[in-house]
Design a protein around this ligand. Sequence first.
Ligand SMILES: [Zn+2]
Length: 414
Amino acid sequence: MDDRLGFAVLLILMLVTLAMASSVQTQPPAEISGLRHHQHADFFRLVLEVTRVREYSSAELSQPDRLYLDIYQARLNSSLQGKTFEFNSPCVRQLRLAQRNPTTVRVTFELQPGTKEKEKIYYLKNPDRLVIDIYHRQSLSAAGQPVGPEGPQSGGGSLLTDKASINQPPKAAIPTTSGYSLVRQLGLGVKKIALDPGHGGTDPGCLSQGGLKEKDVALDLAKRLKSILETQGGFEVFLTRETDISLPLEKRTKLANEKQADLFISIHLNASPRKTRTGVETFYLNFSPDPAVNELAARENASSSKNIREMKQIVDKIVKNTRFEESRALAEKIHRQLLGHLKQHFGPRDDLGVKGGPFWVLIGSEMPAVLVEVSHLSNAKEEEALKTDLYREAIATGLFRGIIEYVKSLGKGS
Ligand SMILES: [Zn+2]
């Protein structure tokens, strides 16, 4: 790409991410003002009327079977606070609404045991609304058919005029212990792992004083980690690139989705104008109010071929990211293990934290996805270390330990 064009794209990216960040800080929370439901032949549909939604996540719980949706940076209209609704539906028994904490609304569906086939959750505009479709197991004949956009013709009646138990006193929402996501609930475990070596081809990533290129180090680290994961962990491992090729950011999660990977880990090396800065910084996909994070994201996003119009879709895609909690848990474990391992063997370094950030490469993943900046090419000590097999093996081992800790936590809810 022409340098000036590249700079313009970078600048726009930074402005977009900064604008997103500032909007998070200044805009009021989304308000959930109303709802309606309808029982279709194959699924139960709930439509939540909202002012706007930034982010949500969903997960399942058992005993009793429940599906819940957490809507972040949101509040319930006072008329809906603590409300409970009963249904005579093949799949959904009860719906509860609660302001879980000052910024999170939890919508809990209590299900008829063992009846849920799948759910679809999506966000529509004009007017803004969140739609939750819960398919039941019986009469699957038409379940595979695509569902059209939620519209007035299919939105169903107003819940408030329904014969649902609106006159019953609202029940207190049953406390739902957080952390039991779908993956954990079902004990699905992790079999296939996608590793994504950052950059490649015409995009070298950041460079060290001595000429080390991020793209080369990241690829080498991914290969080392692949080897450990296969031999010591028994995992199936897939690399988004195995050679020095250019690979668009948006293709990387797409490849991982196609391979049906259970985890996605993008490996990068950091660079900072502050040459003394060392250590590990780990990210999951989210908005960030931190200018430093947005600056880094702009740099990591710089090779994206997306135009400005497509850039706007980032907001929607982040909103639709339902792997939020899992990704954060994975990021925390990888971060802790890698940093701990490096400190133990190579001395003190900075703990730069686990953070949300708007990284293109994490968008669209159907599995928990993290981006880890494993060390700094801009720091002389870490650069020297990165030249050695010993240090690279230590990074791979630290990442491996983090992945193992995460996999072991599945089913335990820790
Ligand atoms: Zn990078």
